[in-house]
Design a protein around this ligand. Structure first.
Ligand SMILES: CC(C)(COP(=O)(O)OP(=O)(O)OC[C@H]1O[C@@H](n2cnc3c(N)ncnc32)[C@H](O)[C@@H]1OP(=O)(O)O)[C@@H](O)C(=O)NCCC(=O)NCCS
Length: 177
């Protein structure tokens, strides 16, 4: 699966993305999204190998976000589909050197369109606990639905998250169809 936007290619991970993935891990916010935290190139390569195996078995869940002009990996977007309820949940990150250029919004909008147009889903949702990510969701047409209290707990720290979502009907009426 490949999605193309103005500045980005959203594609499967490739072996050669290893150095770019390790570079992105320098941001603690990205690092904490990977429970085992990758700090060495061999760990990153092992993770990419797992993704390649998943792709081969027909499962495409975590995608690379690459800059179109260079094919450099600058982010990732994960799509968890629950087919039974026609629903998906997304999560994403962008390398800190490439932030505030609209890239996350561009990728999220493309994935939302893919969920409704190609997968015929009814709802796409995301959980957020930081203002930049919340802004991305708002710019992508998602609507705040409520706060889930202490939804995550890691060690002694727990934190609330906000639920955002867009429905097929919201997407269609925004598109005018
Ligand atoms: C959240 C994240 C993906 C955004 O990526 P990005 O490519 O910079 O996003 P965009 O450029 O499309 O939009 C960012 C918006 O947030 C705004 N923003 C940035 N920092 C902000 C802050 N501290 N408070 C409020 N808004 C902020 C930007 O101004 C921009 O909004 P604007 O276009 O109205 O000016 C990136 O910051 C990231 O990877 N964070 C760490 C991982 C993460 O939190 N992922 C989300 C979990 S699902």
């Amino acid at each position: 699966m490949v999605l193309e936007t103005k500045n980005l290619i959203i594609r499967q991970f490739e072996k050669t993305d290893d150095a770019d993935l390790l570079e992105a891990m320098e941001c603690p916010l990205v690092h904490q999204m990977y429970s085992n935290g990758f700090t060495a190139i061999d760990k990153v390569q092992g993770y990419i190998q797992l993704l390649l195996q998943e792709y081969q078995s027909g499962k495409v869940r975590t995608l690379a976000v690459a800059e179109k002009s260079s094919n450099k990996l600058i982010g990732s977007i994960t799509l968890d589909v629950l087919e039974f309820f026609a629903r998906a949940e997304i999560s994403y990150w962008i390398n800190k050197s490439y932030r505030n250029m609209g890239y996350a919004t561009e990728a999220v909008k493309a994935i939302i369109a893919y969920c409704f147009d190609a997968l015929s889903l009814n709802r796409v949702q995301a959980l957020t606990s930081n203002p930049a990510s919340e802004r991305v969701l708002k710019k992508s047409g998602m609507i705040y639905e409520g706060t889930l209290r202490q939804y995550f707990k890691f060690g002694d720290t727990s934190w609330d998250v906000k639920m955002y979502a867009i429905l097929k009907e919201d997407y269609s009426s925004a598109k005018g169809s």
